[in-house]
Ligand binder design. Structure first.
Ligand code: ATP
Length: 513
């Protein structure tokens, strides 16, 4: 098993063992690519949502939040282009009967070559030491240059054929590159076909008068159709944003890599309405803002990179992804798109209702342009969780598994541990909890030895363990142990709250933005 697969396996089993994520309906052997968040997972997820929502809505006076329905009038999807164009190219292997996304097969092929380049770079780095000039090497080393040309040729041809909807050429490309089924090694492929990703359902009690509905494949359209409602009722002035967190559904051809690609998932989206002609300025601004939001969590700058799109979606005039280094490599975590006036104009045309804004400064009426930021909550969860999971060798030779979550996102901020279950220690522990619980998620734990309890809370990422011992009864002090350093210090009970506000609160995290 590769190191990457091994790391992902560890993430999945840790998530299950410690109550973060369970396979859905597991007692019936589960449902593919569908997961349930357990007690700790739901808390971590809620904290990620809070961090996003507060950074967007609470800290920006000109951004408001809504909560639109999952069902929408079916014409919405005609207008948005999803009915006609929300497709993925699919291909089957005739021998293994496995189904793949044709574009992903080509992208994986390119990623493999990129892996070869990385290996060459690592080797050269070792050889040349401090003198190594990576950029120069990438430009001049014949082998690396050839690899890069192979990647560019494959991806350019893929983009061209997809843009022209030339599915026969996508298949030809797969054959020309000699791509084999990763499972069986067979190269016996079917034709490439388009597959619409929307989940359909019916509204109505009888088959005759039922209406076709779709589960929304993105939350954005709920914002577009409410653009005027929000603008008027909130007396919003351009530029302004509408934010939303909610479920989205996509009938993904291949859903794998745990919660990275699911069929039911959650999005956190913000549509920023701007005057035509100013969109590029705001696009750059939001790229920067969103990266700042990520970096503020401290998961490591090297784990992020921008990827500017060459092939733009039908609605965009600029688009970039923020990619994160997941256990299986750099992949899209968030998208920032300049969507022009495509969506509002389409809805205007299909509904016959004007979706315009009167700009008092410009003294003109126009359909606003939109810059959107769109991030998958579950992907963000996977980024945070997989980055946090560490196995550490301790000085005494033992090992510990610790989840080094950003403290403000941890399911519990502190565990309150009476050293023993008697002598009034549980009562004092409870008193401390009663004082903290209105501001912080804290947990009481009296089971097992103190060492075992420390390990358990390390494994679920609790930043502080607070131990109440016999001395606490006399000196009103406790021992506070820090998760990452394992350092212990003695502090007054009255000081705990202040420490927590400074080091583990959402407010402290937001203030750093
Ligand atoms: P991908 O190329 O990975 O399919 P996308 O470009 O189709 O993603 P968008 O339509 O831009 O994704 O959606 C915005 C965000 O929603 C993505 O950046 C991702 O974080 C999240 N997302 C999209 N599809 C899924 C999915 N099937 N499961 C989980 N999250 C998803």
């Amino acid at each position: 098993m590769s190191q990457q697969e091994d790391q992902l396996k560890k993430v999945i089993s840790h998530a299950k063992e410690y109550g973060f994520i369970f396979p859905s309906s597991e007692i019936y052997d589960g449902l593919s690519a569908t997961y349930d968040y357990g007690q700790n997972g739901a808390a971590l997820k809620r904290n990620i949502k809070d961090y996003w929502w507060k950074a967007m809505v609470q800290l920006n006076e000109n951004i408001v939040g809504i909560d639109a329905a999952i069902f929408m009038h079916p014409t919405t999807w005609k207008a948005s282009g999803h009915m006609d164009a929300f497709n993925d190219p699919m291909i089957d292997n005739k021998d293994s009967k496995k189904r793949y996304r044709a574009d992903v097969l080509v992208e994986d092929y390119a990623a493999k070559i990129e892996g070869k380049i990385e290996k060459e770079v690592a080797k050269a780095e070792k050889r040349f030491g401090a003198d190594f000039d990576k950029e120069m090497y990438l430009k001049t080393n014949p082998r690396v240059v050839r690899y890069q040309e192979e990647i560019d040729a494959a991806l350019t041809r893929l983009n061209t054929s997809l843009t022209n909807n030339d599915l026969a050429d996508v298949k030809q490309l797969i054959e020309d590159l000699g791509i084999a089924d990763p499972v069986s090694g067979s190269k016996n492929w079917t034709e490439v076909r388009q597959f619409n990703l929307m989940f359909g359902t019916k509204l109505g009690s009888t088959a005759d008068n039922a209406t076709d509905l779709y589960l929304r494949p993105e939350t954005a359209q709920g914002i577009f159709v409410n653009f005027l409602n929000v603008q008027r009722s909130g007396r919003m002035k351009i530029p302004f944003g509408i934010a939303q967190i909610g479920k989205a559904f996509r009938n993904e051809i291949v859903a794998r890599q745990f919660i990275f690609r699911m069929r039911e998932f959650e999005q956190m989206e913000m549509q920023y309405f701007v005057a035509p002609g100013t969109e590029m300025e705001f696009y750059e601004q939001w790229k920067e803002q969103r990266m700042k939001w990520h970096l503020n969590l401290g998961l490591g700058e090297d784990n992020y990179r921008f990827h500017d799109h060459e092939k733009l979606a039908h609605y965009a005039n600029a688009a970039a992804d923020i990619e994160f280094k997941f256990p299986f490599g750099f992949k899209e975590l968030e998208g920032i798109h300049s969507r022009t006036d495509f969506d509002l104009s389409q809805h205007q045309e299909h509904s016959g209702k004007k979706l315009q804004y009167f700009d008092a400064e410009r003294q003109e009426r126009y359909v606003p342009y939109v810059v959107e930021t769109s991030i998958g909550l579950d992907r963000m969860f996977l980024a945070v969780f997989s980055n946090a999971l560490k196995e550490e060798q301790l000085e005494d030779g033992s090992e510990r598994t610790v989840l080094k979550l950003p403290p403000a996102l941890a399911p519990n901020k502190a565990a309150i541990l009476p050293l023993v279950k008697k002598d009034g220690l549980p009562a004092l522990a409870q008193k401390i909890i009663d004082d903290l619980k209105f501001d912080f998620d804290v947990e009481y734990d009296e089971k097992d030895s103190i060492g075992k309890r420390y390990r358990r809370h390390d494994a679920i990422g609790t930043p502080f363990c607070i131990t109440v011992d016999h001395d606490s009864l006399d000196d009103d002090s406790i021992t506070i142990r820090e998760r990452d350093t394992m350092e212990q210090r003695r502090v007054k009970i009255s000081e705990i709250k202040g420490i927590m506000e400074k080091e583990v609160s959402m407010t402290a995290l937001l203030k750093k933005l």
